[in-house]
Design a protein around this ligand. Structure first.
Ligand SMILES: NC(=O)c1ccc[n+]([C@@H]2O[C@H](COP(=O)([O-])OP(=O)(O)OC[C@H]3O[C@@H](n4cnc5c(N)ncnc54)[C@H](OP(=O)(O)O)[C@@H]3O)[C@@H](O)[C@H]2O)c1
Length: 271
């Protein structure tokens, strides 16, 4: 029997998830289909009921519903509890289980290039929803996380959250500073660069040992990443994070190993 999956969000028309998951089903001969649905915030409750009534086996959740969907679910996995946000829902024996694969997806995307996490220093630029999942996942791997945000109160609040879950974190001014010399992993998580804009400050002075990631994937190389590359740093965009959060969602729904290469091809064909 065909299984049904989806992603809900608002806006949703640019989501690459259907192409990524459907390429995976095709590669493994799995009888399943993945769709995208625009759901306005005022219709979230009806959308959840509707997906259940229609027999969907699971769905992904993106902006602006990652936190507001929680009251409509039955249980949360430890990952979703820790992040206070859900990006994946599975229907299991009638139960709606909320899970979060964003942070672990990010960790897996840098794993090969970083060569170990424990005792290393990560600096996060930004303290929004994406930064939250990433900060918690990196701290859970034993990294010290230093958070810089335009609105300092949000950086301080994220530091407290990381500490609450037993991680090491500090915050600082959203500006160049001493942190540039000691950083092993620099992660740009703000929305600056989506429209080709310059980042508010230059990466001049950053250690060339640093792995620099911008979680934006379209454009494939932001002005921020170009700047980091000019300083001699290795760079990655956010496509790996998107791929691996999708792969973990796949494995949560279907078990087994997600077909990474087919899903990656499915993503790249859309860009
Ligand atoms: N690769 C992936 O799989 C993936 C997954 C999720 C998100 N993303 C990308 O990550 C980015 C952030 O998403 P989000 O969900 O975290 O958004 P969000 O919760 O709205 O947070 C936005 C962040 O950007 C900062 N910011 C916005 N404009 C700024 C400016 N002009 N100067 C300095 N800081 C600015 C905000 O700072 P303030 O607190 O000061 O407002 C905040 O820290 C988006 O580009 C999104 O596309 C990628």
């Amino acid at each position: 029997m065909e299984k049904h999956y989806a992603v809900i969000g608002d806006p949703i028309e640019h989501s690459l998830s259907p192409g990524m998951h459907n390429a995976g089903y095709l590669a493994l001969g799995i009888d399943a289909a993945y769709q995208r649905f625009q759901v306005e915030p005022s219709h979230l409750a009806e959308a959840v009921e509707g997906l259940c009534a229609l027999g969907f086996s699971g769905w992904n959740v993106t902006l602006p519903h990652k936190e507001t969907i929680i009251p409509f679910l039955d249980t949360l996995t430890p990952e979703a509890q820790r992040a206070g946000a859900v990006n994946t829902v599975k229907i299991h024996e009638g139960q709606r289980i909320g899970h979060n694969t964003d942070g672990d997806g990010f960790v897996r995307s840098v794993h090969g290039d970083l060569n170990g996490f424990k005792g290393k220093r990560a600096v996060l630029l930004g303290a929004g929803g994406a930064a939250k999942g990433i900060a918690l996942a990196l701290a859970a791997q034993g990294m010290h996380v230093h958070i810089l945000n335009r609105t300092p109160e949000k950086a301080t609040a994220l530091v407290e959250l990381v500490k609450k879950w037993g991680g090491m974190a500090t915050s600082g001014e959203f500006a160049p500073g001493d942190w540039m010399e000691a950083v092993d992993l620099l992660v740009q998580t703000t929305s600056v660069g989506l429209r080709g804009e310059h980042f508010p400050f230059s990466m001049q002075g950053i250690s060339d040992r640093a792995l620099v990631v911008d979680i934006i994937f379209n454009p494939s190389e932001t002005v921020f990443l170009q700047d980091a590359k000019k300083q001699g740093c290795r760079t990655l965009n956010g496509l790996g994070m998107l791929l691996y959060q999708g792969a973990y969602a796949w494995e949560f729904w279907l078990g087994g190993q997600a077909p990474i290469e087919a899903m990656q091809r499915g993503l790249k064909e859309q860009l």
